[in-house]
Ligand binder design. Structure first.
Ligand SMILES: [Zn+2]
Length: 112
């Protein structure tokens, strides 16, 4: 298989996943957040993140969305919500940070 064919396949797959996500998203026109309406990781610590099924596995919606737009996420990096809205999967509201940066941002937001 030539590289070109692989690239086309990937793009097609990304588009399909994107469409699948957007079927369950409501755009909040006040904040610009793309709010996931499907299942979440529940309440409490680590809760409130959108979850979806992809190839038989449960994955975080915002991480899938980030990958569709910006590609691979190195293992030690985390995806932060600039909007502080865990249910949001607008790629413009997501940024890749280190664990340390993420903690710092969380603390700052808690204070404000
Ligand atoms: Zn947002």
């Amino acid at each position: 298989m030539c590289v070109r064919t692989i690239i086309n396949t990937l793009t097609d797959r990304r588009k399909k996943i994107f469409d699948k996500i957007m079927l369950r998203v409501v755009i909040n026109h006040n904040t610009g957040c793309w709010e996931w309406q499907g299942p979440t990781s529940g309440k409490g610590r680590g809760g409130g993140y959108g979850r979806m099924s992809l190839d038989g596995q449960t994955v975080a919606v915002h991480i899938v969305m980030f990958t569709i737009f910006f590609g691979y996420i190195p293992g030690k990096k985390q995806i932060d919500h600039k909007c502080n809205n865990r249910i949001c999967c607008n790629p413009d509201h997501l940024q890749m940070v280190t664990h340390k940066q993420n903690q710092k941002l969380r603390d700052e937001r808690r204070k404000s």
